[in-house]
Design a protein around this ligand. Structure first.
Ligand code: ADP
Length: 480
């Protein structure tokens, strides 16, 4: 029987075309499942279902929407292992990271459930005695949510949960590499009691017709997207025609600064996590590392020793610390970045090649890599590498470090390590980034805002900020 991973009006369905597509394990290339190959017609159906479900969902008392989300949270946590294993099968990340992602992803559901009850309106003092001014917050409406493959669960919950909490209904389009985790998430949401049509799923191998339908169907009032800056711009252009509301969480090129007064052990450990988790495939991974000249050699040595000890392998093995890259294109990009860095004079301290030993040959494995003598001429210092490559360059002064860090079109996350409190304050104010890790490599939590300056995006996810993205503000002027 063909895969039925489309979900609309509370029913699982095959694609209108009858087509399916295979989902691959990045560690072996094996097929691990198949998904319905949805297109424009399937998307339009899902949008209509979401539109029909919207008035009743928006009108529910907040605590009832909250209760559905609370049950979703509980189901995700009770099925943590199953979800984590599916996630590893299609994404490749180490199982420990996958388990942590399920807990992190459920955290957005829990937070949104709690926050659903706190969508307050306002009254504003009048200036003319015969008038009263009331502010309502109302759900935007049908929301198209487009998610990436690097956090197949957490990016789904980070969008769907606040949208539902606010009273919106959703059409979710997950990445073509990771539709199976999204299907489990939506199945559990239905089990949690989301009424038919409230959360709909369109999987597909070609995002273009699905995206086009979400952009052009006037019933869709909001698009929330996490992915590349290029696709984000395309969606922004497409959304302009109907002035659809947009939230965009796009690429980054995170700088990681280590000052001579830092706790070097903490900085090296922090960088190890910040650079190599998810094989370097997160938009807030350290992309370019700047180390103060006085400690440059010592830091390089200390960090490289740690990198050499990273255990690479299949994500399902408990001991694995670094899994494969998502696909052949990702591997090719990393190879290009390292070759380009070599041509521009980088010294390869460790790694620097694709791994082809034994069973690794079947997957998209790249050796954890440290590049010294990195410079601004190299692509890996200007573009998002999205792989396990750490290019390191020296700097002399704080001003130079800030200038280098801000010299980019991106502005998502920046990190620095120093023990000087005044410097902490100066840097947190001067760095042009939406997220700052000050002596911390892991800033993303469900209750705090996540999003970027410049070409890294528009809007914020997480915390009370997340719900605002799914609400319209309405002023009622009441004559009395
Ligand atoms: P990456 O390069 O990390 O895969 P993308 O921006 O290509 O990032 O993908 C992120 C999400 O955007 C995925 O769900 C993908 O299918 C979707 N996507 C890609 N191209 C389009 C498009 N033209 N319209 C709508 N969604 C798209």
């Amino acid at each position: 029987m063909s895969a039925r991973t489309l979900f609309h009006r509370g029913e699982w369905a095959a694609a209108e075309s009858g087509r399916t597509f295979a989902v691959h394990d990045p560690a072996t290339g094996d097929t691990v499942g198949e998904a319905s190959d949805g297109g424009a017609v399937d998307t339009a159906r899902a949008v209509t279902a979401a539109h029909d479900a919207f008035p009743a969902w928006a009108a529910l008392p907040a605590r009832e929407r909250s209760a559905v989300l609370m049950r979703w949270n509980a189901l995700l946590l009770s099925r943590q292992e199953e979800v984590a294993r599916t996630l590893v099968a299609e994404n490749g990340k180490p199982i420990k990271e996958a388990r942590a992602e399920v807990a992190y992803g459920a955290g957005f559901v829990e937070w949104s459930a709690e926050e659903a009850k706190r969508i307050y309106g306002e009254t504003i003092p009048f200036s003319v005695p015969g008038k009263r001014h009331i502010v309502l917050r109302q759900p935007v409406g049908v929301t198209g949510a487009i998610t990436p493959w690097n956090f197949p669960l957490a990016m789904v919950t980070r969008k769907v949960a606040p949208a539902l909490a606010a009273g919106c209904t959703v059409v979710l389009k997950p990445a073509e590499q990771t539709p199976l985790t999204a299907a489990i998430a939506i199945k559990l949401l239905a089990e949690a009691g989301a009424p038919p049509g409230v959360a709909n799923l369109v999987t597909g191998s070609d995002p273009a017709p699905i995206g086009h339908t979400l952009l052009t169907d006037p019933l869709v009032r909001k698009i929330t997207f996490t992915g590349s800056t290029e696709v984000g711009k395309l969606l922004m252009r497409g959304a302009a025609d109907q002035v659809k509301k947009l939230s965009l969480e796009l690429g980054g090129c995170a700088p990681f600064l280590v000052f001579a007064d830092a706790d070097l052990e903490k900085a090296a450990e922090g960088l190890l996590w910040c650079k190599f988790r998810n094989a370097g495939q997160t938009c807030i991974c350290a992309n370019r590392i700047y180390v103060e000249e006085a400690i440059y050699d010592e830091f390089l040595k200390r960090f490289t020793e740690k990198v050499r000890a990273i255990r690479v392998g299949c994500g399902l093995a408990e001991e694995t610390q670094l899994g494969p890259l998502i696909d052949a294109a990702a591997l090719a990009k990393v190879e290009e970045h390292v070759d380009d860095a070599r041509r521009h004079g980088a010294r390869v301290f460790c790694g620097g090649r694709r791994l082809t030993e034994g069973s690794l040959a079947r997957g998209n494995f790249y050796e954890p890599t440290v590049l010294a003598s990195a410079s601004g001429a190299m692509r890996c210092m200007r573009e998002e590498t999205f792989g396990p490559v750490a290019p390191i360059a020296p700097f002399r002064t704080e001003d130079e470090a800030v200038r280098l860090a801000n010299d980019t079109r991106y502005g998502l996350a920046a990190y620095f390590y120093t023990r000087d409190v005044s410097r902490v304050v100066r840097l947190m104010e001067r760095l042009e980034y939406g997220i700052i890790g000050a002596n911390d490599p892991s800033p993303a939590v469900p209750q705090a805002p996540f999003g970027g300056f410049k070409e890294s995006g528009i809007g914020r996810e997480g915390g009370k900020f997340a719900l605002e993205e799914f609400l319209e503000v309405k002023h009622v002027c009441l004559g009395v």
